[in-house]
Every structure is written in C-alpha cells, then in structure tokens.
Design a protein around this ligand. Structure first.
Ligand code: SAM
Length: 250
C-alpha cells in the first residue's frame, strides 16, 4: 500500500512508456474512456452532465490525461498532481490554455480559492491513497467546492476480488469511504458500487440536498444546484444514512 514517498506512479509511467511507446496519452492501456463501454457509461453519467464553460473544475491526479481530455468543457481545469514528472507528461499530451497545472504536497489543493469550484474529479488516484490522505483531501475538497459544486471520486473497494489482490491499492471499502465523507461534513449524493470491477464511484457535495426548495421541472443541470431526481436504483444521501441491504450487497 503506497505512501507519498512510494515511486509506484513514476515506475508505472516508465513502464507505460516502455510497453506502449506509441500510446497517444499515457494511461490509455488501463482503458480508453472513448471506447471501453463501462468507461463510456461512466463519462456519460459522471462527467458530461457537469461540463460547463462558465465554471471552474479540479482534477486530482490527472496522469497522462486519459480523463483530462474529457474535462476540457470547463472554463478552467486545475490539474493537481504530486509528481512534476506526471504533470510534464500531461502537458505533452494535452496542450490547452484551459488547463492550470498544480504541483501539490499530496494532500492539498494549493492556490485554489475557497468555494470557487463547481466540479472535482478523480479517477485512478484514491484507489492508492490511505485513509489519512483521503481524509485530508476530502477536507480540501470541501474547502474549494462552491455551495452548488459536486465531486466525483472513484476509489478502491477491497471487498472486490480484483482490488483485494492488487497490492498497489490502499485499504478502503464503501462503508469506510461513506464514513470519511460524512466526517468531512460533506453530503453523499449518489454512489455506484457495481459499474467498476475493483472500485466504486461516489458523488458528493458541500450542502445537504433540499428538495423542498427546488420547484418541480427545474431539475436540469446537477452542477448548478439543481439536484437530479433520485432515479430507481440510485442511492441518495437519505438512503445512505440509513444503510440498507442493497447498499452493502457487494
Ligand atoms: C494511476 S495514475 C491515474 C492517472 C489518471 N487519473 C488516469 O486515470 O489515467 C495516478 C495519478 O495520480 C497522481 N497521484 C498519486 N498520488 C497523488 C496524491 N496524493 N496527490 C495528487 N496526485 C497523486 C500520480 O502522480 C498520477 O498522476
């Protein structure tokens, strides 16, 4: 289980360059969001509805830009990474004035103003982070999210066989992640426990859901403070605070 001094991400980058020298963006060998059906579904559900050229977003751990390329629909994207070498790799693949690279200390979002962000995204990063680092990031995410902002985080689920066998994955499970999110004074909006083979997806926000204040018919763009309807099979914060057997089924 890696700590911040671990070279796992630099080692993976070098191996990726050796094994996939002609790859357009580093990381596509983990699955191309443009062609892999489960990642296409993920992008359609957890990225596309939030894109807005009038607001700013954050990506934590962009790597080579496999997902960054899908986040170009924001006014500004802060691409926050612990490794300069990975930020250099990102700049090689994604050349856009919309991207602001941020080198950090592995737990904070430096230079990003309080409550200025409508969307925070991270994929392939929280799977490697131990709880103290995850919890520090959750506090930072809360600091930068606007009252209408949303975060979408993919994290490892050690109860899934593929995660249990992966020694690069930190220990984490859906109940532990929920606890961390709630402890950080954030509100779970939705989670997906079944789409991904070794991990889960959780969406959360700064403020509590408040359906009473939202006139019917105005539930359009989730990131603008209009909360999406709870669809059949969708877990809402209310459902999660009273865990049911379906929440804990995997
Ligand atoms: C496995 S790669 C995933 C890259 C990309 N998100 C993807 O899915 O293709 C992990 C990325 O997160 C960065 N990273 C790892 N730990 C981090 C931390 N504590 N804070 C910020 N970035 C981190 C790595 O340098 C690398 O860019």
């Amino acid at each position: 289980m890696p700590d911040l001094d671990d070279t796992i991400h630099l080692d993976m980058l070098r191996a990726g360059r050796d094994e996939h020298p002609s790859q357009e963006l580093y990381g596509l060998h983990w699955g191309d969001p443009a062609t892999a059906p489960h990642l296409q579904f993920f992008a359609k559900k957890y990225i596309a509805p939030y894109l807005d050229p009038t607001v700013d977003a954050v990506e934590i751990g962009p790597g080579g830009g496999r997902w960054t390329q899908m986040l170009m629909g924001f006014r500004r994207l802060y691409a926050v990474d612990y490794h300069q070498e990975l930020l250099d790799e990102l700049a090689r693949g994604i050349r856009s004035p919309r991207v602001t690279p941020v080198l950090n200390d592995g737990t904070t979002l430096p230079g990003i103003p309080d409550q200025s962000i409508e969307y925070v995204f991270s994929f392939g990063v929280f799977v490697h982070l131990e709880r103290p680092i995850r919890d520090a990031y959750l506090r930072e995410i809360r600091r930068v999210l606007s009252p209408t902002g949303v975060a979408v985080i993919q994290y490892g689920e050690k109860r899934k066989r593929r995660a249990a066998k992966n020694r690069g994955f930190a220990h984490n499970t859906a109940p532990e992640m929920r606890e961390s999110i709630i402890d950080a004074d954030l509100f779970i909006r939705e989670e997906n426990l079944t789409l991904l083979g070794h991990s889960n997806v959780v969406c959360f926000q700064r403020n509590e859901l408040n359906y009473e204040q939202t006139p019917p018919g105005s539930l359009k763009r989730p990131g603008k403070g209009r909360v999406g309807r709870a669809r059949k099979g969708t877990l809402t914060h209310q459902a999660l605070t009273r865990p049911t057997s379906s929440v804990d089924r995997d």
